[in-house]
Design a protein around this ligand. Sequence first.
Ligand code: TRP
Length: 331
Amino acid sequence: MEIVVSGIRPTGNLHLGNYFGAIKNFVKMQEENNCYFFIADYHSLTTHPTPDNLHENVKQVLVEYLAAGLNPEKATIYIQSDLPEVCELYLLLNMNAYLGELERCTSFKEKVRKQPENINAGLLTYPTLMAADVIIHKAAKVPVGKDQEQNLEMMRTFARRFNRIYKTEYFPIPTAYNFGEALVKIPGLDGSGKMGKSEGEGNAIFLSDKPEVIRNKVKKAVTDSGPTKMNHNKSEPIENLFTLLKVVSTPDTVTHFNDLYNKCEIRYGDLKKQLAEDIINFTTPLRDKITELSANNDYLRKVVKQGADKARESASKTIKEVREIIGFKKF
Ligand code: TRP
């Protein structure tokens, strides 16, 4: 039973790539560990959402993660801003975070390049807030994707530095949660690369997409001119459609289309029809669940209250001990 912490950015709807990537692993992880999953709404303020958008986005990800299988009875699911203790630890960590090392972070440098009009201190200190998120629960593990590796390195630096400055071994140094073989890369529909919402309209299939939308997107998926007797190797766009088919269809269906492909008798239109229907079959229960949960504010309120209570229990203990270590004393 290890303590695992992961933050979820409240941006956009979940697509099949998220589902078969991170979320399926979260669902498994919560069975075997003491997991804290939170929606990183403080972090999202770096992009200046409007008050309505902020709440909408938080609700949407909460609902979709719950629909996808995060279980509030197994994991502690909370909203970051319900945990004011994290702000205090963030402040304390910032005192020992150096301008140079923060400026050198690749994600910060990228922001400087891409949005010079909004380089705020929140972006600069994004890694210290992340470190606070994790070490506030004295977590051992953080599930991180490739894009978050440097942020994990920074967490380790800040935890180690705290321990060194105060001559303590108070904070465990978090390491990456290893998913092993389980990480599946889901391709998009545009013929190359992985499914992502920033890859252009129609590339990603969202859990909340209606059947007509799914049929339309799959219909427009990139293909090629078909197999020839000379060349049986699938091109990337076709390989991608088969990868999708493998995750949503029965093995028989996959074999059926594979055989047709190998006999050069495949009709991509048929393949797409089958793929679209199987995706619809797969996402329909999720979409129904999303609709149901969205309408049930009472339940959502209960979930986040229960999560906040559990998270604060762990966080307030840490803050109390950290204050003692640092030397804040009662008169
Ligand atoms: N930065 C992460 C992302 O963009 C979200 C996040 C915030 C996070 N705090 C975290 C992830 C703590 C892991 C641990 O996806």
